[in-house]
Ligand binder design. Sequence first.
Ligand SMILES: Nc1nc2c(c(=O)[nH]1)N[C@H]1C(S)=C(S)[C@@H](COP(=O)(O)O)O[C@H]1N2
Ligand SMILES: [Mo]
Length: 257
Amino acid sequence: MSEETSSKLSRRKLITTGLAATAGVAGLGVAARLAQRYGLIPPDHGGIYGLGETLTYASQRLLTRHSLAREFSRSQISKPPFPNEIPPLNEAYKRLQAGGFADWRLTVNGMVARPVSLSLDQLKSYPSQSQITMVQCEEGWSYIAEWMGVPLARVLELVEVHPQAKYVVYFSIDPEWWDSIDMADALHPQTFLTYGMNGGELPVGNGGPLRLRVPRQIGYKNVKFITHLTVTDNLKSFGKGLGSASPEGGYAWYAGI
Ligand SMILES: Nc1nc2c(c(=O)[nH]1)N[C@H]1C(S)=C(S)[C@@H](COP(=O)(O)O)O[C@H]1N2
Ligand SMILES: [Mo]
């Protein structure tokens, strides 16, 4: 281990241990201030579980910013039928589906130099990548599948994200589903905009034609039917300001696994 790596590691360890220890000994306010100093406050820190959320997010980010979600072999891909939640599809979705999704667009704006509106064909024209990873629902079930798509980082590179940007907010055609991730997850090599699954098109039930795969976070962060991305440095102006529809219903904004 180089000196630089080891000093980085021990610094991280110090901060994380410090966060946990101060939370226990010197009181929760000190830990929260420490997390704030390092920019590690999640947007849903205000509720009853607020401090716990801050500690979880802060320690995970310091320890695992660059870690990879586990990838599996082809033989481990789950055989259908595996558990799956198929949300009701609205009229806007059905219209686009009737047209073979030719008019489906992914718009990207916010803190970017060049906002874009991309068709599925345009997205598919970028070099595709695949990953065999697990979807884990908060209710306890999971399955392994092969996902094909384009890394979100590639699209963010295309639009040129401003250096001050902190989050990518993503929206489904179903207005009840929207969420956000920080730049560490947005630029992570396994975070994909997916349009293929297990060698075929991404099925409607699994979020086709376009779904965000964030394999380092739990199932509900993997929003289906993505139509819009906004890059921002502040989550206050979205919904109730908690960074996602999920915390509005009591689920954590940061749900790393
Ligand atoms: N738009 C949208 N995205 C969604 C959901 C949903 O109902 N609507 N359910 C979420 C939840 S709770 C889980 S666990 C996963 C389930 O993914 P699957 O249907 O591919 O198993 O999708 C997530 N993404
Ligand atoms: Mo879920």
